[in-house]
Design a protein around this ligand. Structure first.
Ligand code: ACO
Length: 325
């Protein structure tokens, strides 16, 4: 069977920084509350004319350069996002056009914070089957556009950004195992109610603020810890590995306390866990994608290392992936 690995990484973060102090001027909150409850210090926000595919393009160009490939070499583009530029066409099609990847088949994947791992899994299958050779997988979000800036329960949590990888056949190492899961019975815990076919946009949906993220954070917190721990154990077992074999864990960056509790449950030292939540907050599908790029660029990932991606989000959905670098 073909081995599929990551041959290039990239990221793109918007320039504008919103600090906790800035937020304290907008809603009844404090720097101290946000840091102790979430671990977040600041997050990035897009400029007025910037959309998801613009961030995706920045990340994609960096990943292509890193992989020493040209846009025309890419035959598959998958963008994981819950905040595409428009309902349709897909963000992937806009991305294709802006980078000139004219030979690529393009589509989006909607799996919230687990979207990046879901998209990697799809790309892996296509490459393994021989259908496509070089896949560009991007996690890109503009969550600032669906954040209720009057709701202190959610507005302190989210940010904008994009991360990208290029996947191809590799001679050794690569993806060792992927584990995905979903539980639609808990869909109500985290959602944007309006703007789809259930509640099309109307004056009423706007008046009721139904186009913004609504989250039952407390309930999700417990499920996130249990689910991410289970996903990590399962994907490692499937790869014939144990937690002690992992060199670096790159978890979804929703809350520092979720990550720390999960690490403790797994018996993992926090030194083996990559964090960027304090700089970017929760960027949904972009969180693990950006974190992977930064971990590689900072020298935290070396050839032969065992890397674990572990994600969880709205759906509910979860996905974990073990890679030998
Ligand atoms: N500033 C000050 N006080 C606040 C704020 C704020 N920004 N937000 C909430 N509070 C208050 C609440 O009103 C509440 O006050 P009360 O006790 O008087 O009612 C108190 O703080 C505690 O609120 P909780 O919601 O219980 O706080 P908690 O410690 O659970 O932290 C948080 C909330 C950060 C949202 C946490 O629950 C969390 O991270 N949940 C999981 C998020 C997650 O995993 N999401 C899934 C992935 S994201 C995706 O898919 C897009």
């Amino acid at each position: 069977m073909k081995k599929v690995g990551i041959i290039g990484v990239g990221k793109c973060l918007p320039k504008k920084v919103l600090t906790n102090a800035d937020l304290a001027k907008m809603v009844d909150t404090s720097d101290e509350w946000i840091i102790t409850r979430t671990g977040i210090k600041e997050r990035r926000l897009v400029a007025k004319n910037e959309a998801t595919s613009d961030l995706a393009a920045g990340a994609a160009k960096m990943a292509l350069e890193n992989a020493c490939l040209e846009p025309v070499d890419i035959d598959l583009i998958i963008v994981a996002t819950v905040t595409p530029d428009m309902s349709f066409p897909s963000a992937a099609c806009f991305l294709q056009n802006s980078i000139g990847a004219k030979n690529a088949v393009c589509f989006d994947v909607s799996a919230a914070c687990a979207g990046f791992v879901y998209a990697i899994s799809i790309a892996q299958q296509f490459i393994t089957s021989g259908a496509y050779k070089n896949a560009l997988v991007v996690g890109a979000e503009v969550l600032s556009g669906v954040t209720d800036w009057k709701d202190r329960n959610t507005c302190v949590l989210f940010g904008d950004g994009a991360g990208a990888v290029v996947l191809s056949e590799v001679k050794s190492g690569g993806i060792l195992s992927i584990y995905l899961g979903s539980d639609g019975s808990k869909a109500d815990l985290l959602k944007i109610s309006a703007g789809g076919s259930r509640h099309p946009a109307s004056h009423e949906t706007v008046d009721n603020r139904l186009h913004y993220i609504k989250m039952q954070g407390n309930e999700l917190f417990k499920i996130a810890v249990t689910t991410m721990s289970h996903a990590a154990q399962t994907v490692l077992k499937n790869a014939g590995l144990e937690c002690k074999d992992v060199d670096l864990v790159i978890p979804h960056q929703a809350n520092l306390r979720i990550i720390m509790t999960m690490a403790k449950k797994l018996g993992l030292s926090m030194e083996k866990v990559y964090l960027n939540i304090e700089r970017y907050g929760n960027m949904s599908s972009a969180s693990t994608a950006v974190a992977l790029c930064e971990a590689v660029n900072e020298g935290r990932v070396k050839r032969g290392d065992i890397i674990l991606l572990d994600t969880f989000g709205a759906g509910l959905v979860w996905g974990a992936c073990v890679i030998k670098w």
